[in-house]
Design a protein around this ligand. Structure first.
Ligand SMILES: Nc1nc2c(ncn2[C@@H]2O[C@H](COP(=O)(O)OP(=O)(O)OP(=O)(O)O)[C@@H](O)[C@H]2O)c(=O)[nH]1
Ligand SMILES: [Mg+2]
Length: 514
């Protein structure tokens, strides 16, 4: 019997740990004393580690409480982008170690934009196919019920339709990326719910569909491997993607086969790169998008102007790319870091930044965090003055931010909390004003004041300041910054300022300084 309980006759496997640790049967005296001395050393190291952990625990109990900051604002206001700036400032190495994961998100953003274009082409094709509409190269009229009976489209050529066909495998890439990002239970397609609740057109619902990721799911880990895999992806597939001879049918079929074979959707995105560039630079396509009122360049996660770079097999996202990448937040993300406060004799303070989802359906989850925060960083994207909420197309986005601001500043649980306002997306705001979009058309109270940045920004800042003054349960300072949080340089400057303000306030509260 190799092992077991001889008395009962029942075989029980030997404890593998015991077997591994048991001294060899033929151990001599010299080996034995060497082994005992090594065991003694290991015991001492283990005790030292235990002692260090206990000391750390005691220091944490004695030391100052961590500073807690909660990021608030409507969906797409820039909360997660601000969190990324905090990470880039305070843990740049860890931030950059996650580049590979962001590459997948950026690819998803690219595919999403192409998907939007393909849908717009399909709508124009439908219009061209209407029996009562003249075809054969003459402009056609869309007669879909939702909108568009008066739209006149330029005709799509056979070349456009070939491009569309060759790019169709990207829809499978989109699904593959989404599946990786959002395994069952980790996220949801919000638009699936919206679609039933609202009466927006099918096309509009497709455009609204957006991937959201739950912070509980470690999605970044899923993509960690892909970057290194794709680095040496150039060889070995037997296909020369630069060969101009390759016919579209072969490319299309090959891509479909490779979809099954390859785990990295980046390869297919690379294979479709030239076609995507051709599609995006095509004048007919541009005017077709314009007719449908689609401005992809104003949407979050826009990378079509950098296609050559982001579809290259060796693409590694830059810091700016990561800040521009769009992934909607579900749940709550906590980010921890420490800062040495030089002015106070080198005390190290722990910081915790909390990022939440800003979609209306997620705002109920904010309240439990209110009673324990040192500061709220509230983001109001002022560029949205001419847009409506995705979750309720009857509500103006800026109006939603103002109402939300009122609710936050008047909340009694936050009476003693510092609130810092970021009037965000200043770059897009300026571009809209320069393009002649009038603030007064949407914010009627603005009246006939000049439509330049100075007047409009002062007006909006005053509105927010007034609400802050009138609605705060107790008097408190109004901190406000005009921001473009995708611009790391200016944002880090502002965040350093905010960090100082919050520290000073927290020290005043704990009476360490007066
Ligand atoms: N141009 C420009 N884009 C911005 C700015 N701030 C944020 N964005 C972009 O807007 C998109 C949305 O930003 P997020 O930070 O994901 O928004 P959020 O508030 O976290 O949104 P939820 O997670 O849905 O609540 C991202 O693609 C950002 O890159 C800005 O100041 N200028
Ligand atoms: Mg977010």
């Amino acid at each position: 019997m190799a092992y077991g309980d001889k008395m009962s006759g029942v075989l029980t496997p030997p404890d593998p740990l015991d077997v591994a640790l048991r001294p060899p049967e033929d151990e001599n005296e010299e080996d034995r004393s060497a082994r005992l001395s090594a065991e003694e050393d290991a015991r001492k190291v283990s005790e030292m580690i235990d002692e260090e952990l206990k000391a750390q625990e005691r220091a944490e109990k004695r030391g100052p409480k961590p500073i807690k900051v909660l990021l608030l604002g409507q969906s797409e206001s820039g909360k997660s982008t601000t969190l990324k700036n905090f990470q880039l400032m305070n843990s740049p190495k860890a931030f950059r170690a996650e580049r590979a994961s962001w590459r997948a998100v950026i690819h998803l953003n690219v595919v999403r934009s192409i998907h939007n274009i393909l849908e717009a082409m399909a709508e124009a094709q439908n219009a061209q196919a209407q029996p009562s509409t003249p075809t054969g190269g003459r402009p056609s009229r869309s007669r879909t019920p939702s909108d568009s009976s008066t739209r006149v489209y330029p005709p799509l050529t056979a070349e456009h339709l070939k491009l569309k066909m060759r790019l169709s495998p990207l829809l499978q890439v989109e699904q593959a990326l989404i599946r990786k990002l959002t395994p069952p239970g980790s996220a949801e397609f919000e638009a699936t719910h919206l679609a039933q609740a609202s009466n927006v057109s099918y096309l509009e619902r497709i455009r609204q569909k957006e991937v959201a990721v739950n912070s509980l799911f470690a999605w970044k880990g899923v993509f960690g491997r892909l970057l290194s895999d794709s680095r040496d992806a150039d060889s070995g597939d037997g296909i020369d993607w630069n060969d101009p001879q390759a016919s579209s049918e072969v490319v299309s079929l090959t891509i479909a086969l490779l979809m099954r074979q390859w785990q990295d959707p980046g390869r297919i995105i690379h294979a479709c790169g030239e076609d995507m560039i051709r599609l995006w630079n095509d004048e007919t396509i541009r005017s077709l998008l314009q007719i449908q009122g689609i401005r992809l360049e104003d949407r979050p996660g826009f990378f079509l102007d950098s296609l050559e770079r982001v579809t290259s097999p060796r693409y590694v996202p830059t810091d700016e790319d990561i800040l521009r990448a769009r992934l909607k937040t579900l749940g709550i993300t906590e980010y921890r870091f420490s800062i040495k406060e030089g002015t106070l004799g080198g005390i190290t303070r722990d910081w915790r930044i909390y990022d939440v989802g800003g979609h209306r359906s997620l705002r109920a989850a904010w309240a439990p965090y209110f009673d324990d925060m040192n500061a709220i960083l509230f983001l109001a994207p002022i560029s949205c003055f001419d847009q409506t909420l995705e979750e309720d197309p009857t509500v103006n986005r800026l109006e939603d931010s103002v109402v939300l601001w009122k609710t936050i500043v008047s909340n009694p649980l936050l009476a003693k909390t510092s609130i810092v306002l970021f009037l965000n997306k200043v770059d897009i705001f300026k571009a809209k004003l320069e393009a002649g979009i009038k603030l007064s058309k949407y914010i009627v109270s603005y009246g006939n004041r000049t439509n330049d940045f100075d007047s409009t920004s002062i007006y909006l800042k005053r509105k927010f300041a007034q609400i802050h003054k009138e609605r705060s349960p107790e008097p408190r300072m109004f901190y406000c910054h005009f921001t473009t949080v995708t611009d790391t340089k200016s944002t880090q400057h502002i965040l350093a300022d905010v960090q100082d303000t919050v520290v000073v306030r927290s020290l005043k509260d704990s009476s360490l300084i007066s």
